[in-house]
Design a protein around this ligand. Structure first.
Ligand SMILES: N[C@@H](CCC(=O)N[C@@H](CS)C(=O)NCC(=O)O)C(=O)O
Length: 206
């Protein structure tokens, strides 16, 4: 299995989940800026949409979209309890989280990374994100993880996008439960392993 990723991008989420699942995989770096692979190959030939993450199975089948990829990986390692069983209400609860993170948080941050976005639009996007963090702070009160006591793929995804608060100057201090949850997730060995692998890949490419 290959994971196409770019250091620090949303592909960190499936990268974390692959480490949590303990599955063998080959990480392949694809720059979100140049859309080139380390060997000079054109990433658009892998994903015509040009974005990461992309999971490539051993038979060559390719799977796009972070929320689908993390669920696929979780289902390959059911004993790791990274996602509730398919068909249960709890699985839909997980999908509710993944959709919330994808549409309200992940794409809420996107304008902040767009050099062509006017400052006014960035401010509007950040104000909306802050309201979402305010709500999340209440959700995480008395909870270890988004789904309750167990870490799930939703935590990997929200952790990934919440890492973008610092580079976009979004102060998380007003959301202490979010901050505590972020620190808790960041201490997990699988999260540390994925972060280190991405930092090493970035340094090697520089
Ligand atoms: N809908 C996609 C969006 C993925 C996405 O936004 N990827 C960004 C990095 S976080 C990217 O690769 N951007 C570069 C580009 O779009 O060319 C998903 O959820 O997987």
């Amino acid at each position: 299995m290959k994971l196409y990723f770019s250091p620090g991008a949303c592909s960190l989420s499936p990268h974390i989940v692959l480490h949590e699942a303990g599955l063998a995989f080959e990480p392949v770096m694809a720059s979100t800026k140049t859309h080139k692979l380390a060997d000079g190959g054109d990433y658009y030939e892998i994903n015509p949409l040009g974005y990461v993450p992309m999971l490539e199975l051993d038979d060559g089948t390719r799977l796009r979209e972070g929320p689908a990829i993390v669920q696929y990986i979780a289902d390959l390692a059911p004993a790791k309890n990274l996602a509730p069983a398919a068909g249960t209400l709890q699985r839909y609860r997980l999908q509710e989280w993944l959709n919330f993170i994808g549409t309200e948080m992940h794409k809420g941050y996107s304008p902040m990374f767009n050099p062509n976005m006017p400052e006014e639009a960035k401010t509007i996007a950040q104000t909306r994100l802050k309201s979402r963090y305010q709500w999340l702070d209440g959700q995480l009160k008395d909870k270890e993880y988004l789904m309750g006591e167990h870490f799930s793929v939703a935590d990997a995804y929200l952790f990934t996008v919440t890492n973008w608060a610092k580079p976009t100057n979004l102060d998380l201090a007003p959301y202490p439960n979010v901050q505590a949850w972020h620190a808790r997730v960041g201490e997990r060995p699988a999260v540390q392993a994925a972060l280190k692998a991405e930092a090493d890949a970035k340094a090697a490419a520089a």
